[in-house]
Each structure stands twice: as structure tokens, then as C-alpha cells.
Design a protein around this ligand. Structure first.
Ligand code: PMP
Length: 354
């Protein structure tokens, strides 16, 4: 290693799901929404000439729209470039003690990447044999807590009492609830933010709002928390939110009817698909998200993953020990899920014959 290399901040990066370059694929691997963004978003005319100007550093149009939507004050809202950006900023801002931060062993695999990169001590708390988060594990001295609710990649969600118990017993640290998938059937922790000044709830436009490509995430919490978060953001980059994101994000929030209709379609497809794969011998964890986590009694998940890929059906497989026999399957349209189901039937028939 050369001398200059010794001083470099080295890190093992997060590996996002594959974005296939080929066309005609069925893409069920990165939890995108199969439906387009709201027609209001699609119809919005953007004044591209104004791209010569810097955008509003406070992204006020979007912040105000989010505040109004959730009935909170604009000072309780922080926006960022996807919830990944919001959570990364939150790690920097809130997890600054010598104590370990806590998150589940089976969870969003970006958390340990941020913790490692920022040299934040952390501890993975094992989920139980049903893949549920064990509440009592989080009631102890710690440097902060983060987990998704519903959890990913399991899809399992916990109720408000469960979350409140954790927040209530951790007044000395910040608790972040990552609600990337909450709209598909979880229970939001937002009602608790007035009561607990150490709770931050993070949301995204990438899943339920069908806008992964535009990169909008946000956090809601006590005004003091948001101020600390903004101070860090302004110490990196004043203009995180670009003009199209600010305008189109606000437009999406103005179309609640379309939003609810799309979410409902995904949920109906999820329930139907779950019933169908169970008939094929799959165990499916109870999902409150726009994906299911499933494992077959005989066929190894990695083999199914590879065979599906050959048929241009992309699902997600994780190689870590406890979940290596599971597939995470994003809920697509009914037609896409029917094709995947047919593939599974054929594959399992062939498997039985061997
Ligand atoms: N949290 C969880 C649990 C996720 O699965 C994802 C999606 N990869 C994110 C946060 C980040 O989503 P985005 O940056 O698109 O808002």
C-alpha cells in the first residue's frame, strides 16, 4: 500500500439491488412501485429555464406541503435526497456518542455501512426465530436506535405500543423509525412525535409514491431535532433538493386519491400473491410492505433466484446466514406476478422430477 493510501477513509460500500440494462425484464428486486407517479406529477410543466438558478435551499414548497399533509409545523420537517440521504445525515447528527447504537441483525443493510464509515460503534440485536424485533433488547443504555417499521427485508411490522415502549425507555438517545414501507399496512409512529422529543420518523417518496427516480426522502420530529439535522446538512451542501424534486414532490402530495388507490392495488396483489405461493409450499412472512419475504421448503432460494434471472425475472436474494434461504420479492402488477407465479410452478415441477 502506498503511503498516501494509508490516510484514506476506506469503507465497504452498500450494494444496491441490480438495475438491469436489458429491456423486457420483470423487475421485482428493488421495491419500486409498479405504477407510475400521480397524473398530476406527469402533467406538471416545469420551467426549465429556471434551472439556471439555484433552487430554494430550504425547499420550502415541498417542506410546507409535507407539513400540511401530516398536520405538523414546517419546522418539524427535514427533506433530503431520498431517505438514504436523510438517514445518513441523521447518523452523522444524532449518533455521536461513544456508546453503541442498536439495530436488528436482519434489517436494512445500509445501517451498518453508515456506522462503519462514520466509526460509530454499533450492535446488531438478533430478531427472534419468527424474525420479529425483540423490544426488550432496546431497553438498555445505548448511543441511539434505528430500525425500519415495517422491517426490511422481512416486511414484518410492529404496533404503536411497541414503538412507544422503546422510545419512552430511551430518553437519553435518539430513536429513528424508518417508515419507508409504512403506507402499505404498517402503523406510523408520527402520533408520538409531539410526546417524545427524541423520536425521528423517516419517510420516502420512493415506494408508495412511485417516485424512486426523483430521490425525495424526509424526516419528521421535534423542531430541535430538525434544527440539528439542518445544521449538518447546511455544513455539507445547501442545495440538496433540486427544482424538479421540490415541485413534483409537492404535486404528488396534492393527489391523495391516486396515492391511496395505488397503495391499495399493491396491497391487494400482495395478499393474492401470498396465498398463491403458499399453495406451492412457500413460507411467507406476514408482510405490511410492498414486498414479501419467502422461503421454499425444498428448493433453495439461491437456485430459484438464479433460474428466475435467466428468465429475466429479477428478485432479491441475500447471502447472509439467517436469511440465505429467503427471497425478497417486490410486488409488481398482477400481470407481472402471474408471470412469476407461472415460472415458480414450472420451476418447482422440474425440481420435483429431478
Ligand atoms: N429504508 C429502507 C428500509 C429501505 O428499504 C430503503 C430502500 N432501499 C430506504 C430506506 C431508502 O430509500 P430511498 O433512499 O429511495 O428513499
Amino acid at each position: 500500500m502506498s503511503e498516501w493510501e494509508k490516510n484514506i477513509r476506506k469503507t465497504i460500500p452498500y450494494v444496491p439491488g441490480e438495475q438491469p440494462k436489458v429491456k423486457d425484464v420483470i423487475k421485482l428486486n428493488t421495491n419500486e412501485n409498479p405504477y407510475p407517479p400521480s397524473p398530476k406529477v406527469l402533467a406538471k410543466n416545469l420551467d426549465m429555464k429556471s434551472l439556471r438558478l439555484y433552487p430554494d435551499p430550504a425547499a420550502s414548497l415541498l417542506v410546507n406541503a409535507i407539513a400540511e399533509y401530516h398536520c405538523v409545523k414546517p419546522g418539524q420537517v427535514f427533506v433530503g435526497v431520498g431517505s438514504d440521504d436523510v438517514i445518513a445525515m441523521s447518523f452523522i447528527t444524532f449518533f455521536n456518542s461513544e456508546k453503541e447504537i442498536l439495530f436488528p441483525d436482519i434489517t436494512y443493510s445500509f445501517y451498518d455501512v453508515w456506522a462503519e464509515m462514520l466509526k460509530i460503534p454499533f450492535k446488531r440485536m438478533p430478531v427472534n426465530s419468527d424474525f420479529r424485533i425483540v423490544k426488550e433488547d432496546y431497553i438498555c443504555d445505548n448511543g441511539g436506535i434505528i430500525f425500519p417499521n415495517p422491517n426490511a427485508p422481512t416486511g414484518i411490522s410492529e404496533g404503536l405500543d411497541f414503538i412507544e415502549e422503546i422510545v419512552k425507555n430511551n430518553t437519553k438517545s435518539v430513536v429513528i423509525i424508518d417508515e419507508a414501507y409504512v403506507d402499505f399496512g404498517g402503523e406510523t409512529a408520527l402520533p408520538l412525535i409531539e410526546k417524545y422529543d427524541n423520536l425521528l420518523v423517516v419517510r420516502t417518496f420512493s415506494k408508495s409514491r412511485s417516485m424512486a427516480g426523483i430521490r425525495i426522502g424526509y424526516a419528521i420530529g421535534n423542531e430541535k431535532l430538525i434544527k440539528y439535522l439542518s445544521d449538518i446538512k447546511y455544513s455539507f451542501n445547501s442545495y440538496t433538493m433540486n427544482m424538479p424534486s421540490i415541485i413534483l414532490g409537492a404535486e404528488s402530495l396534492a393527489d391523495d386519491e391516486y396515492f391511496k388507490e395505488t397503495v391499495k392495488k399493491v396491497v391487494i396483489t400482495r395478499e393474492w400473491f401470498t396465498d398463491e405461493v403458499k399453495k406451492l409450499g412457500f413460507t411467507v412472512l406476514p408482510s405490511s410492505a410492498n414486498f414479501v419475504f419467502m422461503s421454499h421448503e425444498k428448493a433453495p432460494a439461491e437456485d430459484i433466484f438464479k433460474a428466475a434471472r435467466e428468465k429475466r425475472i429479477f428478485v432479491r436474494h441475500f447471502s447472509s446466514d439467517r436469511i440465505k434461504n429467503y427471497l425478497r420479492v417486490t410486488i409488481g402488477t398482477d400481470d407481472e406476478m402471474k408471470v412469476f407465479l407461472e415460472f415458480l410452478k414450472e420451476y418447482l415441477n422440474g425440481y420435483a422430477l429431478n
